[in-house]
Design a protein around this ligand. Structure first.
Ligand code: ADP
Ligand code: MG
Length: 569
């Protein structure tokens, strides 16, 4: 291992030379309390900044075992550290001057959710810590300015590392609170299973967000309060007793007038598959972490999904046991989304009427009298929702603003009134009984054949072996692998562009190593999931260094991404 002084010597030697001479700095250097590794040096001052990582021995970092021992607390600690480190680094960004990206210090910026990230990883057992960031190596024009980089690497960075990454210098009270919240959230997830709940929303939770572009809590929002009839009390290991609404497994409707907060509740449940940071308002909104938001997605590609549970006898004679299209309709896309979510192991569908295809959700009776059912290829979701719950163990929480037919199917009906929930199951059932409904006495539909999940692919276009394969993220909306774009805009539970990037690397990895024309989709997604579970989110990157901007997606989103990939054969 080279010493820090050697790095200084190299930098002095290459000062005022052409930019490519910076490449000589690549390597690992022992600083007093940590190792600085220059993993990749940018080609010129305007290129993507250089990749640098900090490695600290677990004993030196000194974080207590109860923070690093269990997976959920380790992830929460890493999240807290990267937030703190980012704040420190921000003060120094562009304090060193020059052309292009000179002096930039760029650290991952987590949002409201706590995700596993390549920006900060803590080893189980040893507690060894790695932090990854980007630094714009300074230049004047295209000439190296070593003095400015020496400032960054020998003054700014050591300061950030000291302040943010050692327990002895940390805000220990804050880190204790972070650990305790993670433990409590973990406990609630366990309670969902034990009490057969699909979700829990605590009293006092703040569900609405500040604005369409800010994910922070709305100020002066009406706090959530569970109706007595659905209230559950939990004794959390740290926060003590809390009360909230427990949504049982089964079929739950959320109804209410327009603008009364239905979609806001559903959105919070969608996000409840992740843990949230303190003061988010949704810290104790916890949803079954396999839950999948289901929506219509016109135009998506579908590759051999068995949608026959919902769609049969299409006028063009297409096989719906293995349905393929490059441009799905509202109803076929939503049907595929349901089946693929089941394939991905979901136990809970989250559906908002606002973003659904009407003809997928219900069949209008008057219409059925005019257009003969034999001419209608769609078996609506309402006719399968009980079968899905009873036969497949997949619950549904559905926002139904306008369609009352689901009252007949629901186990629980919650009405949102001025942003407050009220349970109206009895009332809704009574009214439904009194209402003349022509479908009520319809003979029960025979159960559908179990969907076939055995879809086998080869990569029609293999990702190239070298690490020149270009992976480009477009925010949360899409990721492209060598210019093949995968649309992810409507995969709504992707919450961070770093997850999208990670999915890009996963698809590349799968195309190189996994799609062999023999393995099916479940095997491939399962292998990817196991790889990142065992070795971290970066395990799918095979380049010479690990990118600092990856966050781990759930296995459900891995499936969603593979399913939208248009270059599988
Ligand atoms: P719906 O789906 O019932 O039509 P939304 O959930 O879209 O209603 O909510 C309508 C508006 O009310 C949104 O602008 C939302 O931010 C706001 N809102 C939702 N819940 C609350 C709350 N608890 N307190 C204050 N405003 C809220
Ligand atoms: Mg709505």
């Amino acid at each position: 291992m080279k010493q820090a002084e050697e790095l200084q010597q190299i930098l002095r030697r290459i000062d005022h030379k052409g930019y490519p001479a910076y490449k000589d700095t690549a390597g690992a250097y022992q600083f007093r309390d940590y190792v600085l590794s220059i993993d990749h040096v940018q080609g010129d001052p305007f290129a993507s900044p250089s990749k640098v990582s900090i490695h600290i021995d677990g004993k030196k970092a000194g974080f207590p075992a109860d923070m690093t021992g269990e997976k959920h607390t380790r992830i929460a600690l890493a999240d807290a550290l990267i937030r703190r480190f980012g704040k420190e680094a921000e003060q120094y960004s562009h304090k060193a001057k020059g052309s292009g990206k000179s002096g930039l210090l760029s650290v991952s910026r987590p949002g409201q959710e706590v995700l596993e990230r390549s920006a900060c990883e803590i080893s189980p057992g040893s507690g060894d810590l790695v932090v990854r960031l980007e630094i714009g190596f300074p230049a004047n024009g295209r000439t190296i300015n070593s003095g400015e980089l020496i400032k960054i690497l020998f003054r700014f960075l050591p300061e950030c590392v000291q302040n943010a990454l050692f327990y002895k210098n940390a805000d220990q009270k804050h880190l204790k609170a972070v650990k305790e919240l993670a433990q409590d959230q973990h406990f609630i997830r366990g309670q969902l299973k034990e009490r057969k709940l699909a979700a829990f929303v605590a009293d006092g939770a703040v569900l609405p967000r500040e604005s369409g572009i800010s994910d922070r809590p709305m100020k002066q929002a009406v706090a959530f309060l569970s109706p007595e009839s659905m209230a559950v009390e939990l004794d959390l290991p740290y926060a003590g007793r809390i009360r909230g609404m427990g949504i049982p497994q089964g079929i739950t409707l959320i109804v209410g007038g327009g603008y009364h907060g239905k979609s806001t509740l559903l959105k919070a449940l969608e996000r409840g598959v992740y843990n949230h940071i303190a003061k988010d308002g949704r810290e104790y909104v916890i949803t079954d972490d396999t839950a999948v938001k289901i929506r219509a997605e016109d135009g998506r590609s579908i590759r051999g999904t068995d949608i026959s549970m919902f769609i049969n006898g299409l006028p063009n004679g297409k096989d719906t046991r293995s349905f393929a299209t490059e441009d799905a309709s509202g109803s076929t896309s939503q049907a595929a989304n349901v089946i693929e979510a089941m394939e991905a192991g979901t136990r809970l569908f989250l559906i908002d009427e606002d973003t659904s295809a009407t003809n997928f959700m219900i069949r209008d009776e008057l219409m059925a009298r005019v257009v003969h059912p034999k001419m209608e290829p769609i078996t609506p979701f309402i006719d399968r929702v009980e079968e899905l719950a009873d036969g497949y163990g997949v619950s549904t929480i559905l926002v139904a603003g306008s369609c009352g037919s689901y009252f007949y199917k629901a186990d629980h009906v919650i009405q949102m009134m001025q942003y407050q929930p009220k349970e109206i199951t009895q009332l809704a059932k009574q009214e439904a009984e009194r209402f003349l409904d022509l479908t009520k006495d319809k003979p029960a539909l025979p159960a559908a054949e179990r969907p076939a999940f055995h879809r086998v692919f080869a990569a029609a276009r293999k990702a190239s072996q070298n690490d020149r394969t270009k992976i480009k993220g477009m925010g949360k909306d899409a990721v492209s692998i060598d210019r093949d774009a995968i649309e992810l805009r409507y995969v709504e539970q992707l919450v961070d562009s770093e997850q999208t990037m990670a999915l890009g690397y996963m698809v590349k990895y799968a195309k190189q190593h996994l799609f062999d024309g023999k393995r099916d989709m479940q095997e491939i997604a399962g292998l990817l999931e196991r790889l990142v579970e065992e070795k971290g989110v970066g395990a799918v990157c095979e380049g010479r260094y690990l990118p600092c901007n990856l966050a781990r997606p759930r296995v459900q989103e891995i499936f969603a991404c593979l399913n939208r990939c248009r270059t599988l054969g």
